[in-house]
Design a binder for this molecule. Structure first.
Ligand code: GGG
Length: 355
């Protein structure tokens, strides 16, 4: 008796369809080869083309539709002719919110055969898990505009933090740190300048830390954190911070590890009441859309994280070992300094799975 999974595939915009196709191909190859699980992907056409046709990025019953699946695999959102805040709020945030995907986990490491732009960092020197609070803070959606069109036009963007929201992500981050060999957590805030929400973050961190005496933890201001990531990457392991701070730091982290083209992301509901959503960190990259050179590794790694979340840890390991072997053989897309196409990398990963 093998486990069977139903996955919603939402490729959406830009290079999303190219990299999601690649991830589906390698996961199907994995299932056929290992025969330890079966998996079925159902295409959901949400995205900018759907918006232009229907006036909506997603269906009204987004929660009900996605609850029919075990997980979702997402591509990327954004189009040159739609303002970014319309597409992001219409699609990705319209999914993360109702599903309460409050933990965004973004592992980062240097793959064999690839190089960090940091002269002093080799494989193994960057091996981080970034935990991004994914439901509140600067992305809570509160705020507004007044005096439109006047010189004193004003706009506010509220950063909303709740004790419950901070406590649950902090606990998740401590548990993540505890599960890793170094048991090391860095809590990122800006509590010198932002004296309400960020101070609450510091306070909640200290409270939750008491339940994890075996985890060493420290605090960093987000500006100083950028310097530490560049100058002393080995001093970091698990990192937790707000929605906005970790959105920014995870792009920096990915670039330091070689390319945002390899960075995966899991949007988790740790209570497991709702299906979780897995996606590459990168956006729709219209500059390379349709050219066949998008790096599929971030989406393949996201699919591996999805398998692991579903309980298929052995299959996830086979998949990631295959990706590493492909990198080791220098079959790399241009963002990593190679000249392989998306299809070349996909085929190479499938071949590795078979061997
Ligand atoms: N695959 C992820 C994607 O399309 N990201 C676009 C983006 O702007 N994301 C912002 C966010 O993750 O909050």
């Amino acid at each position: 008796m093998v486990n069977s999974y139903r996955i919603a595939s939402i490729p959406a915009d830009g290079i999303g369809p190219e990299v999601v196709d690649s991830a589906i191909e390698v996961v199907e190859k994995l299932a056929q080869t290992l025969k330890t699980f079966t998996i079925e992907f159902t295409h959901i056409p949400w995205g900018t083309a759907y918006y232009k046709e229907t006036g909506r990025y997603v269906d009204k019953n987004v929660l009900e539709i996605l609850q029919g699946f075990d997980a979702a695999l997402f591509g990327s959102v954004g189009a040159p002719d739609v303002p970014d805040h319309i597409s992001l709020w219409g699609l990705l945030l319209a999914i993360r919110g109702p599903l309460q995907l409050y933990a965004n986990v973004r592992p980062v490491r240097i793959f064999p055969g690839t190089q960090s732009p940091l002269r002093h960092a080799d494989e193994g020197d960057i091996d981080w898990i970034l935990v991004r609070e994914n439901s509140e803070g600067e992305y809570c959606g509160q705020g507004g505009r007044s005096h439109l069109g006047q010189v004193w036009e004003a706009a506010t963007e509220v950063a909303l933090f709740t004790y419950v929201g901070i406590e649950r992500i902090m606990r998740f981050a401590f548990e993540t740190a505890q599960s890793r060999p170094r048991k090391l957590l860095t809590v990122v805030t800006k509590s010198n300048a932002m004296r309400n929400g960020m101070v609450l973050w510091d306070e909640v961190a200290a409270i939750v830390a008491k339940d994890f005496p075996d985890v060493r933890w420290d605090k960093m201001l987000v500006d100083a954190m950028t310097v530490r990531m560049v100058n002393n990457p080995k001093s970091l392991d698990t990192i937790v911070g707000t929605n906005l701070h970790m959105d920014i730091l995870s792009d920096l982290a990915a670039a330091l590890a070689g390319s945002i083209g390899v960075a995966p992301s899991s949007n988790l509901d740790p209570t497991r009441k709702n299906p979780s959503l897995f996606e590459p960190v990168h956006g729709s990259a219209f500059d390379i859309t349709g050219k066949g050179v998008a790096n599929p590794v971030a989406t393949i790694w996201s699919a591996a994280e999805m398998l692991s979340w579903l309980g298929e840890k052995a299959a996830a390991k086979v998949l990631m070992d295959s990706v590493e072997n492909v990198c080791r053989k220098n079959i790399l897309t241009p963002d990593l300094g190679g000249n392989a196409s998306t299809k070349d990398v996909t085929r190479a990963v499938c071949d590795e799975i078979e061997t």
